[in-house]
Design a protein around this ligand. Structure first.
Ligand SMILES: *[C@@H]1O[C@H](CO)[C@@H](O)[C@H](O)[C@H]1NC(C)=O
Ligand SMILES: *[C@@H]1O[C@H](CO)[C@@H](O)[C@H](O)[C@H]1NC(C)=O
Ligand SMILES: *[C@@H]1O[C@H](CO)[C@@H](O)[C@H](O)[C@H]1NC(C)=O
Ligand SMILES: *[C@@H]1O[C@H](CO)[C@@H](O)[C@H](O)[C@H]1NC(C)=O
Ligand SMILES: *[C@@H]1O[C@H](CO)[C@@H](O)[C@H](O)[C@H]1NC(C)=O
Ligand SMILES: *[C@@H]1O[C@H](CO)[C@@H](O)[C@H](O)[C@H]1NC(C)=O
Ligand SMILES: *[C@@H]1O[C@H](CO)[C@@H](O)[C@H](O)[C@H]1NC(C)=O
Ligand SMILES: *[C@@H]1O[C@H](CO)[C@@H](O)[C@H](O)[C@H]1NC(C)=O
Ligand SMILES: *[C@@H]1O[C@H](CO)[C@@H](O)[C@H](O)[C@H]1NC(C)=O
Ligand SMILES: *[C@@H]1O[C@H](CO)[C@@H](O)[C@H](O)[C@H]1NC(C)=O
Ligand SMILES: *[C@@H]1O[C@H](CO)[C@@H](O)[C@H](O)[C@H]1NC(C)=O
Ligand SMILES: *[C@@H]1O[C@H](CO)[C@@H](O)[C@H](O)[C@H]1NC(C)=O
Length: 682
C-alpha cells in the first residue's frame, strides 16, 4: 500500500464555480448604474496560490477507486486506487480545478494523455503523461520537469490547465521502476498557481459599465493575461532552442499558459496594454522588449522571440516592437528605455525596412522565407505589412518628437504619408470597396482583416474608404464567433472561418475610431468573446478560433493567450475613453465612444496616479462625464455634440452650437487639469 499527496506545480489555473451566468439578451446584460465602484465582483483569480480541485468529471472515472470524493474535499480523507492485475481496468479519475489552471485545458482533447505537453514540442522525455513511481512510504509528489531514474519515470511539469487525470498504470518503458498494479492511497491533491496572482488588491486599473457581459470580458481577459505572466526559466520555457541566458529568471508575458512558453513581441502589442491598464507589472513587457532590442541584427531586423536562438524569421514583428515600445513609453514614461533603444528604432526603420522597399511603388516588399503572426506564405507587396509600417512610422515619429529628435520625426512622418498614398494608389479594390491582401491583384485576390484594420487604424484610409472597408469586411467575414481573418480560402483552407482575437483587435479599434461603427464593434466583440467564454474552458481567451467555433489547432491551441485580450484596451481606451497622448499621461484624452453602453466607470493608472472617469447618458440622452485628473497632468475631455448642444465644464458654459472646435467626428474637446471636473453636454 502506498500513500501520497499529489502536489502540482503549475503555471496557471482557471475558476468555474464562481462564473456568474451571463445574460444573452441586452436587457439581461443591463446593469443598474453603479454609484460606487463594484468591479471586484468580476475578478477571477484564485484567492491564494494553493488551489484544490472542486469537481470530479462523472463519466470519466474508470477502474477501482474508493472514496474518490475525498479528492475534492480537502482534509476529508483518503481515496484508494486499486488494480490487482493488468487485465483489470485502469483506475483513472479526471479532476476539475474549476478554473483554467495544467494537464489539459479542455476536456475534448484530454484522453489518456494530455492535450499538449512540452514533450510534444521536441523535448520528448515523456509521451503525454507525467509519470511518478509511488514509493511504499507516504510522500508528497511535486510534478516538475525531470526524470526520477535516468531517462525513465519522467514528467514534463504542468502549465496552463483546468482538468487533470490521475491513473494507476505504468509505461512499459519505465520498468522496473514503476508497476501497473497495486494500491495507492491519495490523501490530497492541490496545485501551486505560480503566475501573476491578480487578486482585487493588485488592480491599479479597472472597468465597469451598464453591460455586465462586457465587464466580465474585461476581467476574464485580465485573468487570461495574468496566467501568462510568469518567470522565464530553463525547464519551463519552450524547448525549441528558446532558452536564453539574458532572459533567465526575468518576469515576462508568455505566449500562452500551456505551450509555446516563450515571449513574442507581436503579442505585446496587445498583452502589454492589458498589463498597463490592469496591474503594476510593466516590467514583464519591458524585459521582453529590451531583450529583443539587445538581439537586433546588424541589418536592423529584430527577432520576434528567443526561439531558435533569436532567428525565427518574421517580417512584421520588428514593426510590432516599434508599436509596443511606443505603448511602453506612453503608459509608463520609461525614458531610460526609450533613450537606450532609440538607436535600435532608427536602425529597424531606416535600415531593415528601407532595404526591403520596392523602388517603383515605395511599398514594403516581403522577402521569401519570412513569415508573420499567422505564418502566412504571402510574399512581395502585402497590404498588412505596409499599413502596419505606416502605423509604426507614425508612432516612431511621435517618440522622436517627445525626445527632441525632430529631424527623425519629420522624415518618418513624410515616409508614413508616402506609403499611405502608395497603399491607396495600388491596393484598393473598387469592386468590393476594401483593400486587397497583396499585389499583383486578380479577380480572386482575397481581402484580409490585418491589412484593412491597420489601414484604417493608421488613417492611411480616409473616412470614405474606412467606412467602405468596415462595411464590406463586417459582412464578408462575419461568423457567429467574430470576424474571420480572411474573406476567402484562396490563401489557405479554413482561412475564411478562422478568427484570431489578436488581429481582430486592430479592426475593433478601427471601428471605434470611425464615426458610426462603434455598435458594429460592440457586436463583433460580443460575438467573439461571448463565444469563447461560453465554450470549454469557459473563461479564458483562446489563441485562435477555427471552423465551427472550435479551437483552431485542436489540442495544440492554447486556450489562454495574452494576445487575445484586446477587449481590455477597447473598453478602457475607447468605451471609457482614456488614452495617453504624451509620455506617462502628462497629456491625455478622455473621449468616450458609448455605442449602446449607457454608463461606464473606471480607472486608468498613470505614473502620477490614477485617472478616474465616470460617464453616464441619462434618459433624455444628455451625457455627463466626471473625471479626476492627477496633479501635474492635463488632458482633454472630448464629448459628442448634437445640432443644438451646450457643453458645460464645472457648471460653466464652455461651448455652444455655432462655436468653432467641433472635430470631424462631431466631438468637442475641453481642456482639464489636475483635480475633479464635470463636463456635461446638454
Ligand atoms: C489506505 O487507505 C485505507 C483506507 O481507505 C487504509 O485502510 C489503508 O491502511 C491505507 N494504507 C496506507 C498505506 O495508508
Ligand atoms: C460525459 O458527460 C457529458 C455531459 O455531462 C457529455 O457531454 C459527454 O459526451 C459524456 N462523455 C462520455 C464519454 O460519455
Ligand atoms: C482486488 O483484490 C482484492 C483482494 O483480493 C479484492 O478485494 C478486490 O475486489 C479486487 N479488485 C478487483 C477490481 O478485482
Ligand atoms: C493510451 O491509449 C492508447 C490506446 O487507446 C494506447 O495505445 C496508449 O499506450 C495509451 N497511453 C498511455 C500513456 O496509457
Ligand atoms: C532542470 O531540470 C533538470 C532535470 O530535472 C534538473 O537537473 C535541473 O536542476 C533543472 N534546472 C533548474 C534551473 O531547475
Ligand atoms: C508556490 O509558487 C510560488 C511562486 O513560484 C513560490 O514562491 C512558493 O514557494 C510556492 N509554494 C509552494 C508551497 O511550493
Ligand atoms: C508600481 O510599482 C512601482 C515599483 O515597482 C512603485 O514605485 C509604484 O508606486 C507602483 N505604482 C502603483 C500605482 O502602485
Ligand atoms: C512633431 O512635432 C511637430 C512640431 O511641433 C508637429 O508639427 C508634428 O505634427 C509632430 N509629429 C508627431 C508625429 O507628433
Ligand atoms: C478618400 O480617398 C479617395 C481615394 O483617394 C478619394 O476618391 C475620396 O474622395 C476621398 N474621400 C475623402 C472624404 O477625402
Ligand atoms: C495636449 O494635447 C493637446 C492635443 O494634442 C494639445 O492641444 C494641448 O496643448 C496639449 N497640452 C499640453 C499641456 O501639452
Ligand atoms: C458625478 O459626480 C456627482 C457628484 O459626486 C454625482 O452626483 C454624479 O452622479 C456623477 N456622475 C457620473 C456620471 O458619475
Ligand atoms: C438629463 O440631464 C440633463 C442635463 O443635466 C437634464 O437637463 C435633464 O433633465 C436630464 N434628464 C433626465 C430625464 O434626468
Amino acid at each position: 500500500m502506498h500513500t501520497f499527496k499529489l502536489f502540482l506545480f503549475v503555471a496557471a489555473l482557471a475558476v468555474f464555480d464562481s462564473i456568474p451566468p451571463v445574460g444573452s439578451s441586452h436587457t439581461e446584460r443591463e446593469g443598474k448604474r453603479a454609484t460606487a465602484p463594484s468591479w471586484q465582483q468580476y475578478v477571477r483569480a484564485p484567492t491564494q496560490r494553493i488551489v484544490h480541485p472542486v469537481a470530479i468529471i462523472a463519466n470519466r472515472t474508470t477502474g477501482d477507486i474508493e472514496n474518490a470524493e475525498n479528492l475534492i474535499n480537502p482534509g476529508g480523507g483518503i481515496a484508494t486506487f486499486s488494480r490487482n492485475a493488468t487485465t483489470d481496468a485502469v483506475p483513472s479519475i479526471t479532476l476539475d480545478f474549476g478554473i483554467m489552471v495544467a494537464f489539459s485545458e479542455t476536456l475534448e482533447f484530454l484522453t489518456n494523455r494530455s492535450d499538449f505537453t512540452r514533450s510534444d514540442n521536441g523535448d520528448t522525455i515523456t509521451s503525454g503523461t507525467d509519470q511518478f513511481a509511488v514509493p511504499t512510504s507516504p510522500v508528497t509528489w511535486t510534478d516538475t520537469y525531470g526524470c526520477l531514474q535516468g531517462s525513465q519515470v519522467c514528467a514534463d511539469g504542468l502549465h496552463g490547465f483546468r482538468y487533470m487525470s490521475i491513473s494507476l498504470n505504468a509505461l512499459e518503458s519505465d520498468a522496473p521502476f514503476t508497476s501497473a498494479t497495486g494500491v495507492v492511497n491519495i490523501s490530497s491533491v492541490s496545485l501551486n498557481y505560480t503566475a501573476f496572482l491578480g487578486t482585487p488588491d493588485t488592480f491599479t486599473g479597472w472597468f465597469e459599465s451598464s453591460d455586465t457581459q462586457l465587464n466580465q470580458f474585461w476581467f476574464d481577459a485580465v485573468y487570461t493575461n495574468d496566467m501568462v505572466i510568469d518567470f522565464f526559466e530553463q525547464n519551463t520555457t519552450d524547448p525549441r532552442n528558446a532558452f536564453s541566458e539574458t532572459l533567465n529568471n526575468d518576469q515576462v508575458i508568455f505566449d500562452g499558459a500551456k505551450r509555446d512558453r516563450d515571449p513574442y513581441v507581436g503579442d505585446i502589442a496587445v498583452s502589454g496594454r492589458t498589463l498597463y491598464l490592469s496591474h503594476n507589472v510593466s516590467i514583464a513587457a519591458r524585459n521582453i522588449l529590451a531583450d529583443l532590442a539587445e538581439h537586433q541584427r546588424d541589418d536592423g531586423w529584430i527577432p520576434p522571440a528567443s526561439i531558435n536562438d533569436y532567428t525565427l524569421p518574421l517580417f512584421d514583428y520588428p514593426l510590432w516592437w516599434v508599436v509596443s515600445s511606443y505603448d511602453l513609453y506612453l503608459y509608463t514614461n520609461d525614458v531610460e528605455y526609450i533613450n537606450t533603444y532609440y538607436p535600435v528604432l532608427v536602425n529597424v526603420l531606416d535600415g531593415y525596412y528601407v532595404s526591403n522597399t520596392d523602388a517603383t511603388t515605395g511599398l514594403l516588399t516581403k522577402p521569401e522565407g519570412y513569415g508573420d503572426y499567422a505564418f502566412l506564405p504571402r510574399t512581395g507587396i502585402v497590404a498588412y505589412y505596409n499599413a502596419l509600417y505606416v502605423f509604426a512610422l507614425q508612432q516612431a515619429a511621435a517618440i522622436a518628437n517627445f525626445t527632441g529628435q525632430t529631424d527623425d520625426a519629420s522624415r518618418w512622418t513624410l515616409r508614413a504619408s508616402t506609403v499611405a498614398n502608395a497603399i491607396n494608389a495600388n491596393l484598393w479594390d473598387d469592386s468590393v470597396g476594401a483593400y486587397y491582401d497583396f499585389l499583383p491583384a486578380t479577380s480572386t485576390t482575397p481581402h484580409a482583416q490585418d491589412g484593412n484594420g491597420l489601414a484604417i487604424l493608421s488613417q492611411a484610409a480616409n473616412v470614405t474608404r474606412a467606412s467602405s472597408a468596415l462595411t464590406y469586411y463586417g459582412t464578408a467575414a462575419a461568423q457567429a464567433y467574430g470576424h474571420a481573418f480572411y474573406d476567402s480560402d484562396e490563401q489557405g483552407a479554413g482561412f475564411s472561418t478562422r478568427v484570431y482575437a489578436f488581429i481582430s483587435y486592430f479592426e475593433l479599434r478601427a471601428r471605434f475610431l470611425t464615426p458610426g461603427f462603434a455598435i458594429s464593434g460592440l457586436t463583433q466583440l460580443r460575438d467573439m468573446y461571448g463565444w469563447m467564454s461560453s465554450h470549454d474552458p469557459f473563461l479564458t481567451f483562446w489563441e485562435g478560433i477555427g471552423a465551427g467555433g472550435t479551437l483552431y489547432e485542436e489540442g495544440f491551441t492554447s486556450a489562454a493567450h495574452g494576445w487575445s485580450t484586446g477587449v481590455v484596451s477597447i473598453l478602457s481606451n475607447y468605451v471609457l475613453g482614456v488614452e495617453p497622448t504624451a509620455p506617462g499621461f502628462s497629456n491625455f484624452t478622455v473621449r468616450p465612444v458609448p455605442g449602446d453602453v449607457t454608463w461606464a466607470m473606471g480607472q486608468v493608472p498613470t505614473p502620477q496616479g490614477p485617472i478616474f472617469v465616470s460617464w453616464a447618458i441619462n434618459a433624455t440622452g444628455a451625457l455627463s462625464v466626471n473625471v479626476t485628473v492627477p496633479v501635474g497632468t492635463s488632458g482633454q475631455v472630448s464629448v459628442p455634440v448634437g445640432n443644438s448642444s451646450t457643453v458645460r465644464l464645472d457648471q460653466n458654459v464652455v461651448w455652444s452650437t455655432g462655436s468653432s472646435g467641433k472635430d470631424a467626428n462631431g466631438y468637442v474637446s475641453i481642456e482639464v487639469s489636475g483635480g475633479e471636473h464635470t463636463v456635461e453636454v446638454v
